[in-house]
Design a protein around this ligand. Structure first.
Ligand code: SF4
Length: 455
């Protein structure tokens, strides 16, 4: 991937300096801070923070446990609702979820209880002599899970708890999905995703087979034949295209590709540095990309979006992170042409200025150019259709390019469930994917046990 940027220089700073810039964005609470913060919770009846949590964590209860210095109890409460509660505490946009809903986030105080940091404190500091969840008696049922990202892992853990055997098929070398490959390095530092995975697997009954890509090494029709149920958690693996000429020129690539390599790098000083770069997009991936390039030492980082700031998918908090890292946010501009130098490499981009006319985005007729050594596309992901190209997979009902599921995460094919970003339900958030996995596991378990009773 970064081959497309091989011609670029390396960062000016050494590996140690750069590693320091990618340390934890939100340092953890210490014991005293956690106590003080926990004491701010009002333990609301019908707590709005819980209603705003996609994984339905019993927030007042775990905060009360922290206040009573019962960290194990707090962690078990969190993990029983969300087995990836450690990473969600770090990557959740709490400012638009639980903390936005917190009653202390009112006009007078403007200071919600710091639920995310308290959740992290509990999960990080709880000591377990053994895995806190026990497996039920073996059911003899085997379930195939495709994809070892948050949805797949959450589903597998809950199925294993119910006594089923689970085989996870994963295309990549490591499990963890977005937590391992797709989040800014300063949000999930060191090997946290792998440590969390190791903890999750302690439950037993889960086998992960790597190098297994749906559509290449395995097919839905085979899995459906050989397993009692199938859960598809295949994410959205293809990057959307701009549909303009020179889109595949040297120096233009998907932001997700760069972020993946950056996260896997042991020495950030070896990464190609785009001293002047353009990031196209408006979501968290665009912000992650822009901020990371700025932290690697780029002088001029422009994040360009075709609409206004209010319509950006990235929250105000994320936008503020970008601004604090000297990322320039340029709005109302859409890509018109990739500009190349005489060696066919990116030298910039021409944009058309945009505005709304009768509610529709239109070009104003004005254009401008930005110089850049690289352009990163963060304009969204879509389904890799090669994954669902066998006779059974082709019959799955779709909504747009996503797999259609009902509230129990059932697809149109009996025995096949799906969750996470590859489906149309909910927001594209890690915590939502974890919830999908959990709900799908409950639905699969209920159906399989019903079949046993009926037999
Ligand atoms: Fe505590 Fe805020 Fe939740 Fe109320 S809304 S229970 S104060 S965290």
């Amino acid at each position: 991937m970064i081959k497309a940027l091989d011609h670029l220089p390396r960062p000016y700073d050494d590996a140690t300096t750069l590693a320091g810039r990618f340390s934890d964005l939100a340092p953890a609470l210490n014991a005293r801070q956690a106590q003080l913060e926990a004491s701010r919770c009002l333990y609301c009846y019908d707590a709005p923070c819980v209603n705003a949590c996609p994984s339905e964590i019993d927030i007042p209860s775990f905060i009360r446990n922290i206040h009573q210095e019962n960290l194990q109890g707090a962690a078990v409460k969190i993990l029983s609702a969300n087995i990836l509660g450690g990473s969600c505490a770090r990557v959740c946009p709490t400012e638009v979820l639980c903390q936005q809903a917190c009653v202390r986030n009112n006009a007078q105080e403007c200071a919600p209880v710091l639920i995310g940091l308290l959740q992290r404190y509990a999960v990080d500091n709880a000591q377990f002599s053994e895995h806190p969840f026990q497996r039920a008696a073996a059911t003899g049922k085997r379930i195939a899970v495709v994809g070892a990202g948050p949805a797949g892992l959450s589903c597998a853990h809950r199925l294993a708890m119910h006594g089923h055997e689970v085989v996870i098929f994963e295309a990549r070398e490591k499990a963890g999905g977005l937590n391992e490959y797709g989040i800014a390095k300063y949000k999930l530092v060191e090997d946290f995703a792998q440590r969390e995975l190791a903890f999750l697997l302690q439950i037993g009954g889960i086998e992960i087979r790597h190098g297994q890509t749906l559509g290449t090494h395995l097919s839905l029709i085979d899995l459906h034949q050989h397993y009692d149920s199938v859960f598809l958690a295949i994410g959205l693996n293809a990057s959307r295209q701009l549909g303009i000429t020179h889109e595949n020129a040297t120096g233009i690539l998907a932001a997700t590709d760069y972020i993946r390599d950056l996260r896997q790098s042991d020495d950030l000083s070896q990464l190609p540095l785009a001293d002047r770069c353009i990031v196209l997009g408006a979501g968290n991936t665009a912000i992650d990309m822009a901020v990371q390039m700025a932290r690697l030492g780029a002088r001029d980082v422009n994040l360009v979006y075709r609409r206004g700031l209010d319509e950006m998918g990235a929250t105000d908090h994320e936008q503020n992170i970008a601004k604090a890292n000297q990322v320039r946010l340029l709005t109302w501009a859409q890509p018109e042409e990739v500009l190349l130098d005489n060696q066919g490499r990116v030298r910039g981009m021409r944009f058309a200025r945009t505005h709304l006319e009768n509610g529709r985005l239109q070009s104003t007729g004005e254009t401008f150019e930005l110089a850049a050594d690289a352009i990163f596309k963060a304009i969204g992901q879509c389904m890799d259709d090669a994954a669902l190209d066998d006779p059974l997979a082709r019959t799955l009902k779709r909504q747009g390019d996503r797999i259609e599921v009902d509230e129990q995460l059932r697809t149109s094919v009996p025995g096949v469930y799906a969750g996470g970003d590859c489906t149309q339900l909910g927001q594209d958030l890690t915590v939502q994917a974890v919830q999908h996995g959990k709900l799908a596991a409950e639905a699969i378990h209920a159906q399989l046990m019903l079949n046993v009773e009926a037999a």
